[in-house]
Design a protein around this ligand. Structure first.
Ligand code: GRG
Length: 335
């Protein structure tokens, strides 16, 4: 778990997440010990478990007093975490990452071919669990895996594209990040048998939270220190992923200067450290960061408004605490 889990305001959450951990271990056990070892690697390395927490908290919006999560809410949480994990395995192959969750990445340790297959195995196990929760959950999870791929392909299509639009950026993060958070909440609502408008509000909360979450992450990549990030600031720009602050700066008075620096990089070539630091300085000097933080606040407000449509419950208390925590991160990024 993270050092601080805002969903911990729900008294049963710690026990619920311990059940998630046990089920995650069971879910990735294969008849082949070697595959089990590779598939368990990132589970053992930790992670915040935001998605299972959201699934369980969403199901708990059906409660009036705190109670342990249902078996279906825990299984739903395991399924969404397995999809998240599968996407991390594949993402690290694409990025040639060496580290993930503070440990050696799967591709670095076992090579790309095994990392891809183990990622597929995680998706297969997620699908099997989702099928046990019914046709609606199985269909939703399958559609969400498709949305992750669409978001990622759109990002790749615009790698090193200095003309990348804000619309294309937002569509990409909606697919690659927000869709799974939205589905985590929706699955919680479905397994708790909540009315459609209630489940729709939870889905809207998850999507808005996911958009704000990714936008904040993208700001941090430009403003945080290398020590906090565990990699040099400006890593996204080096990889040709131009996020909202960069897109805004490219359209500003210093846009040509930034575009010239970025033109020195192309797929496989990369920005040299001096050019990267200069590019970061130009982005930080302009209003791109402020505009992006305002966007994160706006998404967080949409999420809060969606929760405001729901009656009080332990789940709403937990999700509201998560939204507050994210907004604190927004303010810290703005400081
Ligand atoms: C095979 C499902 C599948 C997808 C293929 C690779 C890919 C397409 C999509 C990548 C999606 C991706 C990695 C999006 C970034 C999501 C994100 C915000 C990751 C970090 O999430 P945290 O902070 O991480 O919740 P922890 O480690 O705490 O779980």
């Amino acid at each position: 778990m993270a050092d601080h889990n805002p969903l911990g305001v729900m008294p049963s959450m710690a026990d619920d997440l311990a059940r998630v951990e046990a089920e995650l271990g069971d879910a990735v056990r294969s008849g082949d010990e070697y595959l089990t070892e590779i598939s368990s690697h990132l589970i053992a390395a930790g992670g915040k478990r935001v998605r299972p927490g959201f699934c369980i908290a969403s199901a708990a919006t059906a409660l009036t007093v705190d109670a342990p999560a249902s078996a279906a809410a825990v299984t739903g949480g395991v399924a969404v975490e397995l999809v998240h994990l599968g996407s991390l395995y594949h993402d690290d192959v694409m990025d040639e990452a060496t580290m993930r969750r503070t440990v050696e990445s799967v591709n670095a340790r076992w090579g790309n071919l095994k990392a891809i297959l183990a990622g597929d195995f995680l998706l297969a196990r997620a699908s099997e669990l989702a099928a046990g929760l019914g046709v609606e959950v199985a269909g939703l999870l399958a559609a969400t895996i498709g949305r992750l791929c669409e978001g990622q392909v759109l990002e790749l299509r615009h790698a090193y594209d200095r003309g990348r639009t804000e619309e294309s950026y937002l569509r990409s993060i909606d697919g690659k990040t927000a869709s799974l958070l939205a589905s985590s909440c929706r699955i919680g609502g479905i397994v708790a048998d909540l009315p459609r408008d209630h489940t729709d509000a939870l889905t809207e909360f998850g999507r808005s939270y996911g958009m704000a979450f990714q936008v904040v992450d993208d700001v941090l990549d430009l403003v945080a220190t290398a020590a906090t990030l565990g990699k040099p600031a400006g890593h996204d720009m080096e990889e040709g992923v131009y996020t909202l602050p960069v897109i805004h700066t490219l359209a500003s008075g210093r846009g040509d200067e930034l575009a010239t620096l970025l033109a020195g990089s192309a797929d496989g070539v990369g920005l040299d450290p001096d050019a990267r630091d200069k590019a970061i300085e130009i982005v930080r000097d302009g209003d791109g960061i402020d505009v992006t933080i305002a966007a994160a606040r706006a998404y967080a407000d949409i999420g809060r408004a969606a929760l405001g449509r729901l009656p009080d419950s332990p789940g709403v208390t937990g999700l509201s605490a998560a939204a507050d925590y994210l907004l604190d991160n927004v303010e810290a990024a703005a400081a």
